[in-house]
Design a protein around this ligand. Structure first.
Ligand code: ATP
Ligand code: MG
Length: 568
């Protein structure tokens, strides 16, 4: 097997490219393209394709074009074009001046079609879409030839020109390739090349009322641009003979199509059609809802481009479809954020604590390290005072034996601060709810250790009540409860598998004062609570945080378990 310098085996695509470079198949050139259809926002599956196409180009000193496959005016919008450009850039890739649109080639594609008519390889067909389908045959039966298949070149040229001129209704005629109605490959049974569609295109306006089909437009766009390796997902394997047929018939420059397995993720749908349904029917709050697997959603959630790229590297490319655990993606997010996210203290569900023996007007500035993973990030000061907040679920009135957090009479460490002991519990007279704890602190334990060597098992995060900033904290869970959202009862669709508790909004969070001025996109680790990112809804007086991921790495745990099982 071919290997790189460091002896990791190359995937089959890179191995093919190495071979093509050795044989100088394309004159030593490597050129790829990422060809999104601008009919939705990019998702994590597209990231796999982007990393592959741009990655391969970078590795082999080639280039990668960004080409919008905008041949379907009815579903496409300029908003999508802009979001796609933003997302590709955010992921860390650059197309320089190679931004292309299939719609820029409409005139040339029209000319190519005319050429095919002239050599007797395309004809205008008056059958309706339903009739064409009925004539197509099945996997076991050949199709039936269209009654219009034998039209003369002259008649075809005339009708095609009139299709373009707008003389005919939508759906009344199409231009079809004349290939083989008995081909075992259904896609080769005289596929449609152009259809009539009186629709305004986001770039060409009303200039055209006929639009080319994907299979015709795609290979020729690759050819026009000089693409060498046209990488696409496996479901296009059956389209490859057609891709080749058009290029061969027209005798133009011929790139090669190579298929790889698309990314599937557990608990996730990766289809723009389905994602659009979630947006349009209000199941989520837009394409960039932090629960969405779109790049804009993941960005808003706090994912980093580095984490996504590392994930894509790790999953690699293969020739067979598989499903990747979403825990693996989250693992890469944690791994990256662990290195870069400053640690801060935030209390999500606050419970008031009064330190009875702490002087009323005193405030101490305590040292807190910003990131133990990165000594260069230094430390900051955090205020400590008589009234604090701790996490409500860090207190239990009647704790089990192995409870190491707060409870009546129990001592705990406050991170970066002191040991405190709970002495009294105040409850709401009517509801019985615990509303305040009274504690004493040990002045000898400043910084969180005791000179007498006394040990406490629990360390809690906290904030000083007088200094804390209010924050809204949005906790996210999986958008789909089921690992396979498409696995539904008959008659239902994937929406039935939505997790009804995919978001939990906490309105009364309290965060340490160093977070004043935190801007949208900034990422933090809230001690003991996970990684969080400032949401664009946030403002100076009203901070809003999204939880990116919790701290528990289920992927690392699964892996440890596996290794143990194998006796490693
Ligand atoms: P969707 O099914 O989400 O609409 P698509 O394939 O129609 O996806 P395009 O905009 O045509 O979306 O895709 C642009 C490129 O991204 C194509 O080359 C496509 O093969 C690739 N791509 C799309 N989804 C995935 C995926 N899940 N994994 C890998 N590549 C993908
Ligand atoms: Mg597509």
């Amino acid at each position: 097997m071919t290997t790189t310098d460091n002896d990791t085996p190359l995937d089959f695509i890179r191995a093919t490219i190495v071979k093509d470079l050795e044989t100088s198949k394309y004159g030593g050139k490597v050129q790829t393209r990422f060809p999104p259809e601008p009919n939705g926002y990019l998702h994590i599956g597209h990231a796999k394709s982007i990393c592959l196409n741009f990655g391969v180009a970078n590795e082999f000193n080639g280039v990668c074009n960004l080409r919008f496959d905008d041949t379907n005016p009815s579903k496409e919008e300029i908003e999508y074009v802009q979001s796609i450009e933003e997302d590709v850039r955010w992921l860390g890739f650059d197309w320089d001046d190679r931004l292309y649109f299939a719609s820029d080639y409409f005139e040339r594609l029209y000319d190519f079609a005319v050429q095919l008519i002239k050599i007797g390889r395309a004809y205008v067909c008056d059958l309706s879409a339903d009739e064409i389908r009925a004539h197509r045959g099945t996997l076991t039966e050949p199709g039936t030839e269209s009654p219009y298949r034998q039209r003369s070149v002259e008649e075809n040229l005339d009708l095609f020109a009139r299709m373009r001129a707008g003389e005919f209704e939508d759906g009344s005629r199409v231009l079809r390739a004349k290939i083989d109605m008995a081909s075992p490959n259904l896609l080769m049974r005289d596929p449609v090349m152009f259809r009539i569609l009186h629709a305004t295109h986001h770039r060409t306006g009303d200039e055209w009322c006929i639009y080319p089909m994907y299979d015709f437009a795609h290979g020729l766009s690759d050819s026009i641009e000089g693409v060498t390796h046209s990488l696409c997902t496996l479901e296009f394997e059956n389209n490859r003979p057609l891709y080749d047929w058009f290029l061969d018939q027209l005798a133009v420059y011929h790139p090669q199509q190579i298929e790889f397995a698309r990314l599937n993720l557990t608990h996730t749908v990766l289809s723009k059609r389905k994602l659009r349904k979630l947006v349009e029917q209000g199941y989520v709050n837009g394409w960039d809802d932090p629960r969405m697997p779109t790049l804009s959603g993941l960005r808003r959630r706090g994912y980093t481009p580095e984490a996504i790229r590392n994930f894509c590297d790790r999953i690699g490319v293969a020739k067979t479809n598989s499903v990747v655990e979403i825990d693996l993606l989250e693992h890469f997010v944690r791994q990256d954020l662990n290195l870069r996210a400053p640690r801060v203290m935030a209390v999500l569900n606050p419970l008031r604590v009064v330190i009875d023996n702490y002087p009323e007007d005193q405030v101490e500035e305590l040292d807190a390290r910003n990131n133990p993973e990165d000594a260069g990030t230094g430390s900051r000061k955090i205020p400590f005072s008589r009234v604090l907040y701790v996490e409500r679920d860090d207190f239990l009135e009647e704790p089990p034996k192995k409870w190491f957090r707060l409870a009546p009479g129990r001592e705990v460490r406050l991170k970066h601060a002191y040991y405190i002991t709970c002495t009294r519990v105040v409850k709401d007279e009517n509801t019985g709810e615990v509303i305040e704890l009274h504690c004493t602190y040990d002045p000898e334990t400043r910084g969180g250790s005791s000179p007498d060597g006394r040990k406490v098992r629990g360390t809690l995060h906290w904030v000083s009540a007088a200094h804390a900033l209010d924050a809204e904290v949005r906790l996210y869970d999986r958008l789909f409860a089921s690992p396979n959202p498409d696995d539904v009862e008959e008659g239902a669709d994937f929406v039935a598998n939505l997790n009804p508790n995919s978001v939990n909004i906490l309105k009364s969070g309290k965060v340490e004062p160093s977070l004043a001025g935190a801007l949208p996109g900034m990422r933090y680790q809230f001690l003991r609570k996970g990684y969080f990112c400032v949401d664009p809804d946030s403002s100076e007086g009203a901070l809003v945080f999204n939880r990116t991921v919790s701290l528990r790495d289920s992927w690392a745990k699964i892996k440890r378990g596996l290794n143990k099982g194998q006796g490693k």
